[in-house]
Design a protein around this ligand. Structure first.
Ligand SMILES: *[C@@H]1O[C@H](CO)[C@@H](O)[C@H](O)[C@H]1NC(C)=O
Length: 338
């Protein structure tokens, strides 16, 4: 399966259309940008992007050093593993949420605190409509008309924003994210839309002698069956993965869009505050701290993988390998693939 090395993830959707070429960015293009707006609210009238790279030249805090290392590692892995860089089309940018007031682009990855980040982006872009992210109901944060994505802009507008805005992303240990998606979409009785859309198909294809009830409802998919579905070549041939289990590599194109800050779920609050500080909004907006007790942990993830044979563990690891490499996650010790 060669798909992880290329950009095949979403590409087939519009293969027939001629690609609209977009600007390919140099990672540190901030200084040559002369189209700054006067509305930046950051410290001393600097945009968040300027705040990031200008502070790099002064004495580095350890947090800045960590973020520089993440950027460098990402860039090195991209150089080593991507054969050919294709150009982006606007449709590839539908996960990038735009904040024109502060000059921010956030690529949202489901199961990585994305509800809270969308809430924060609504506060930042709301022009006073909201003060506290937590006053926004979770379902409201996912209403697409409440936030603008980069795919809605014209090509010159996209290029301008890619060049002069601070671009950030939040990532998580890939298998922990996958188990989190499985638990949320397949083991909660209220997620009937996912059961109907995906569960019934998974059971039909990957369960021997399913009951009529299971075929009809699709509400008792086992993790093992979900893994078979992910590895079945038919799955991605028919349509792209659902965003909850699609790889970050395919959702956010981190080898083409040069992210300035790579935040991690493992250090969520610290990294979120770092970004809010660069925006100059760290006193006005507080990133919601999660107190969820149902959170998927490493131990829990290990439990789910106990039922998966080494053969399928290896194949699944290969499927998510780019996300492991790009974001410096090591092979989980509970896997039996060495
Ligand atoms: C990668 O992760 C390891 C710990 O797992 C850490 O020691 C190392 O500094 C990280 N490398 C970079 C470049 O961030």
């Amino acid at each position: 399966m060669g798909t992880i090395w290329g950009y095949g993830g979403l590409g087939h959707m519009s293969r027939a259309r001629a690609p609209t070429p977009l600007f390919l960015l140099a990672p540190f293009a901030a200084t040559e940008d002369r189209v700054m707006r006067p509305t930046w609210q950051g410290k001393a009238g600097r945009s968040p992007l300027q705040a990031l790279y200008e502070s790099d030249q002064v004495k580095q805090s350890s947090l800045q050093a960590v973020h520089q290392q993440r950027r460098e590692l990402l860039s090195n892995v991209c150089n080593r593993y991507t054969r050919k860089r294709r150009l982006l089309r606007p449709d590839d940018l539908r996960h990038l949420v735009v904040d024109d007031t502060h000059g921010l682009l956030y690529c949202y990855v489901p199961k990585v605190a994305c509800t809270n980040w969308k809430r924060v982006m609504m506060v930042l872009t709301g022009q006073g409509k909201y003060q506290d992210p937590l006053e926004i109901p979770a379902n409201e944060a996912h209403v697409s008309s409440n936030l603008r994505t980069l795919s809605e802009y014209s090509v010159p507008e996209i290029n301008h924003r890619l060049r002069s805005y601070l671009k950030f992303i939040f990532v998580r240990e890939p298998f922990e994210r996958l188990v989190s998606a499985y638990r949320n979409k397949f083991t909660r009785s209220y997620n009937t839309a996912f059961h109907k859309r995906y569960g019934t198909k998974i059971i039909r294809r990957h369960r021997q002698e399913p009951s009529d009830k299971a075929l009809e409802r699709g509400d008792d998919v086992r993790f093992e069956e979900f893994v078979y579905y992910l590895l079945d070549p038919r799955t991605q041939r028919e349509e792209p993965f659902n965003e909850h289990w699609e790889r970050v590599h395919s959702l956010c194109h981190p080898c083409i869009v040069h992210y300035d800050v790579v935040g991690k779920y493992e250090t969520l609050v610290e990294d979120a505050n770092y970004i809010l500080q660069l925006v100059g909004a760290d006193t006005a907006v507080k990133f919601p701290s999660s107190s969820k007790t149902t959170r998927t942990t490493d131990d829990m993830t290990a439990q789910f993988f106990q039922d998966i044979s080494p053969f399928y563990q290896r194949r699944l690891f290969n499927l998510y390998k780019m996300d492991y490499l790009l974001f410096n996650y090591s092979i989980p010790s509970y896997l039996r693939i060495r």
